[in-house]
Design a binder for this molecule. Structure first.
Ligand code: 5GP
Ligand code: MG
Length: 175
């Protein structure tokens, strides 16, 4: 499969993705059943994951969006830009950050700063994918879907220069 100039190969199928999401959903349903959480979806990559988590949540909840960007092509630029900020109030809320993938952790560090300024009551992090070998942060990731090695993946919301987000399974860069 080709996107722009690069070739990708099948890596994680829909079944595995659905299982990972079910696992996270079950935990969230249990941990937040009396809490009315605010899901904070980190755009663009986590729109598909966020939609599934929201559909599978069984009690009252709401959703907000923030748009952050750190990736250029196939690697992290090290700098996180806030492209669309949060304008609704989050003070006193129990927030669950929904991330597509945690890589270096720069995005989480930025979100941590943003949420502390907003005086949230609590926040936890759910990420569909994690690259444990690359993550150098100290912020705990409370709900992890699938751990992967340091590889560049696309699909299920994740892009390579804007393409590939519509793929229903995940592909990795072919070496
Ligand atoms: P971090 O700030 O943790 O380094 O990176 C987080 C963001 O970078 C993710 O939310 C995602 O948008 C992007 N990213 C990290 N790894 C990958 C990857 O393997 N593939 C794609 N498409 N994006 C990634
Ligand atoms: Mg992202």
């Amino acid at each position: 499969m080709k996107l722009h100039d690069l070739v990708f190969e099948p890596y994680i199928n829909e079944d595995e993705i659905n299982k990972a999401i079910d696992k996270i959903s079950n935990l969230l349903n249990n941990d937040y059943k009396n809490e009315t959480p605010v899901f904070l979806s980190v755009l663009n990559g986590s729109f598909m994951f966020s939609s599934e988590i929201m559909k599978k949540f069984n009690s009252d909840c709401s959703i907000q969006f923030v748009k952050l960007s750190s990736y250029e092509g196939t690697s992290s630029s090290g700098e996180v830009q806030e492209l669309i900020g949060l304008n609704e109030t989050l003070a006193g809320k129990n927030v669950v950050i929904l991330e597509d993938i945690v890589d270096t952790g720069n995005t989480l560090k930025k979100l941590d700063r943003i949420l502390k300024e907003k005086n949230v009551k609590s926040y936890k992090i759910a990420s569909l994918f994690l690259k444990p070998a690359v993550y150098k942060g100290t912020i705990p990731i409370d709900y992890i879907g699938i751990e992967i090695p340091d590889e560049f993946i696309v699909g299920y919301g994740l892009d390579y220069d804007d393409l590939g987000r519509n793929l229903t399974s995940v592909y990795r860069l072919k070496s």
